[in-house]
Design a protein around this ligand. Structure first.
Ligand code: IMP
Ligand code: MG
Length: 193
């Protein structure tokens, strides 16, 4: 959402129209290790049930695909689409639920929302509120990336891969204006800070 003036990170290149500089943060190997650890923790916590994983599109599509293949616990898969980001690194702050699982898929089930990143927490909070209406037996959050210092609402991930403080990040499903999702690693946009 990048509303806090002092924390606004924009690409440092001053040439209008030139691409931003991407700084490598986590390699595909480091990501794979983190995803495997998350999967082991979920396996440990969901022994006697088949949780329903709800992937938050579009950003979590690669994480979700890798996570389910690391899990031993049988799972069911759903997706939901929430939109908050307009363009660039500025969020509209206004979360829309475009589509999501049916009540039948959620009611009475152990549900885990799978997120690419939690920043302000507004998107995930909207997802939780929406899914809660369908009376899951439990509702948890698994996110690959977590930037807790920027929360605008109280929200803690039950499972988090990498926790960090700065950088707008792209790659491994995450985008800047729909670009860079296919990069296998995660990169930060270089800043002037
Ligand atoms: P929140 O509502 O501010 O927590 O933002 C959550 C959503 O914003 C994520 O699911 C992403 O789609 C997007 N987002 C937040 N931070 C970043 C980032 O650093 N890179 C790419 N997308 C981001
Ligand atoms: Mg996005």
């Amino acid at each position: 959402m990048w509303l806090l003036e002092k924390e606004v990170h924009m690409p440092s290149n001053n040439q209008p129209g030139s691409p931003p500089v991407l700084v490598p943060l986590w390699t595909r190997e480091e990501i794979a290790k983190s995803v495997a650890t998350l999967a082991r923790n979920i396996d440990r916590d969901y022994v006697d049930c088949t949780p329903v994983l709800v992937g938050a599109l579009k950003g979590a599509f690669i994480f979700m695909a890798d996570l389910v293949r690391e899990l031993q616990t049988p799972v069911e898969i759903e997706f939901m689409r929430l939109s908050s980001y307009g363009t660039g690194t500025e969020s509209s702050g206004d979360v829309q639920i475009e589509f999501g699982p049916s009540r039948e898929a959620i009611e009475g089930r152990s549900v885990i929302v799978v997120e690419d990143i939690i920043d302000t927490g507004l998107t995930t909070t909207a997802a939780l509120e929406h899914l809660n209406q369908y009376d899951p037996s439990s509702l948890r959050i698994c996110t690959l990336l977590d930037r807790p210092e920027r929360r605008l609402v109280e929200l803690e991930a039950d499972y988090a891969g990498f926790t960090f403080t700065d950088h707008f990040v792209v790659g491994y499903g995450l985008d800047l204006d729909q670009k860079y999702r296919q990069l296998p690693g995660i990169y930060g946009l270089e800043t002037d800070a």
